[in-house]
Design a protein around this ligand. Structure first.
Ligand SMILES: Cc1cc2nc3c(=O)[nH]c(=O)nc-3n(C[C@H](O)[C@H](O)[C@H](O)COP(=O)(O)OP(=O)(O)OC[C@H]3O[C@@H](n4cnc5c(N)ncnc54)[C@H](O)[C@@H]3O)c2cc1C
Length: 490
């Protein structure tokens, strides 16, 4: 008999798991609470602008290629990628910025201009990062995090020192210039923790950044990837149902039997939840949960974010596709996220203009603008606070980059803690899951398989390997292989 699988949510991890399982003949249905699919990577349209709601950095193209290759397809069968040059620009003050080029040679020249002798050091640093990346991809990240033995390989043992130190100290061993150090610490911010709390092994992110480059999915941006994966999954037989919030997971004799969504019962043999872990456990009886409330409370969550989607009635002339504003005290803002959670006095932020690369994302002559300010989860989120930050940020953009913005706004929408909770059932309004600190890596991550309920599994950014789009694709593959082993489809 074909096994019936219900997958909760339609984020990258859920669609990935669904594709692998449907490919092996399982009967898979995705139930998504929202009107549209893609989870944190949904898109919306307004006044001729198309906004990617979450991710905008396409890193680690090898992981996407591997996903499509697993089904004898190629990325190019679905979308084309453009390598961005410059990859991004980092502002440190008024008209004071560094641009990161599209290859290591260009980047090392830029480094040399800021610190004599640093180009050679960069090559050495990057050679180590590349070795770690290969080990991570071949030996670590596709593992389910079930046993410490998974991590013990010749490659990892030889590179043990990278788990005993952190990325901040590692970078400081090579470089003195503060701007260069900040640029090399930036990629691990994607993993949700401070550089001093992130193992140096995660210099794999530096290889992802400088080594593999920053790409853009043409004709549609990041949501183009979601659409492509839905197309492939549908081809394999996956059924997608939007507007279906799962309110209960049905359990009999410690075995799943189905879910209740919109008052209807959907019977099944297996459930995989790609929704936030803590929320999923609220759908089952208390005594059958994997983790208590205090477990979650002690965890280091990745930040939440204050986001703005803005339409501008002008073309941007002085900035890049991706812009980072590091013109304030990085340590102070990080401390306001992790150590002493509060609204930041003077925030770092990220500014993205996808329509500089893809005019289809904004009306002719106009620009699509996305702003992200990382903040601590669970902060008091009120309209007047959001407005105040927008005003401050726009002023900074105008002063630091010399580009007039405020007078050209024709569309504006914000998204913050309250929306992460109401739209995604996110724990404390976190934006991208659990941080990859040492003790929240691999075997220390919340488990993929329920310890108490047969047939219940978890996937996504709160499980292995962690936050980000590529890890979510990998997480879907990992959970599907466990399901295939536990419930062979005969
Ligand atoms: C603002 C922002 C910027 C980011 N930038 C980047 C980036 O540039 N590059 C990158 O690689 N990553 C980035 N990330 C991280 C990346 O987007 C996420 O790690 C990834 O999309 C998470 O996918 P997921 O499958 O784990 O879960 P999600 O995308 O969160 O999907 C979970 C889904 O479950 C649904 N759901 C919840 N409860 C229920 C229920 N009861 N019933 C039915 N459905 C339910 C939700 O609606 C949601 O659709 C960013 C994230 C955010 C928020």
């Amino acid at each position: 008999m074909t096994k019936k699988i219900i997958i909760i949510g339609s984020g990258f991890s859920s669609i990935s798991a669904a594709t692998y399982l449907a490919d092996k003949g399982y009967n898979v249905t995705i139930l998504e609470k929202n009107k549209s699919f893609g989870g944190r990577a949904r898109k919306f349209k307004a006044q001729g602008f198309t906004f990617d709601m979450g991710p905008s950095w396409y890193w680690m193209p090898d992981v996407f290629e591997k996903y499509f290759n697993d089904f004898n397809k190629k990325v190019n069968d679905y979308y084309t990628l453009k390598k961005l040059d410059p990859a991004y620009r980092v502002y440190f003050g008024e008209n004071d910025f560094i641009e990161i080029g599209d290859n290591l040679e260009k980047i090392s020249q830029t480094f040399e201009e800021h610190e004599k002798g640093s180009s050679k050091k960069l090559m050495n640093f990057m050679a180590e990062a590349k070795k770690n990346y290969s080990i991570a991809m071949e030996k670590v990240v596709y593992k389910p995090g079930e046993s410490i033995l998974e991590l013990i390989t010749l490659g990892t043992i030889r590179r043990l020192r990278y788990f005993a130190t952190n990325i901040k100290s590692e970078v400081a061993k090579y470089f003195k210039n503060n701007k260069l150090k900040q640029i090399l610490e930036f990629p691990v911010l994607f993993l949700g923790a401070k550089p001093e709390n992130t193992p140096a092994f995660y210099n794999i992110m530096n290889h992802a950044d400088f080594g593999l480059g920053t790409w853009f999915p043409e004709k549609g941006g990041m949501h183009r990837v979601v659409q492509s994966m839905i197309e492939l999954a549908t081809e394999k037989g996956v059924k997608f149902k939007s507007d279906h919030q799962v309110d209960e997971i049905l359990v009999e004799n410690k075995k799943v039997t189905g879910v209740v969504a919109n008052g209807n019962t959907f019977l099944c043999d297996i459930i995989i939840s790609g929704a936030d872990y803590n929320h999923t456990e609220k759908l089952i009886p208390n005594h059958l949960k994997n983790y208590s409330d205090s477990y979650w409370d002690k965890k280091t969550f990745a930040p939440s974010s204050l986001l703005f989607y803005i339409g501008l009635d002008k073309k941007i002339e002085k900035m890049s596709h991706h812009n980072l504003f590091f013109d304030v005290d990085f340590n102070k803002h990080a401390s306001e996220i992790y150590d002493n959670p509060k609204w930041p006095e003077s925030p770092m932020f990220y500014l993205n203009f996808p329509s500089l690369t893809d005019q289809s994302m904004a009306p002719e002559g106009q620009e699509n603008c996305f702003i992200l300010i990382p903040i601590a989860p669970d902060l008091k989120d009120e309209e007047n606070i959001r407005d105040k930050y927008l005003e401050v940020i726009l002023k900074r953009i105008e002063e630091v980059a010399g580009e007039k913005i405020s007078d050209y706004i024709v569309y504006k929408k914000s998204f913050c803690v309250k929306d992460f909770i109401s739209e995604y059932n996110s724990y404390k309004g976190n934006a991208y899951g659990l941080a990859n600190t040492l003790f929240q890596t691999s075997i220390f991550k919340p488990k993929i398989k329920s310890k108490k309920i047969k047939g219940l599994y978890f996937t996504g950014q709160l499980t292995v390997p962690g936050p980000g789009v590529p890890p979510s694709l990998i997480s879907g593959k990992i959970v599907s292989s466990i399901v295939i082993k536990d419930f062979p489809n005969q």
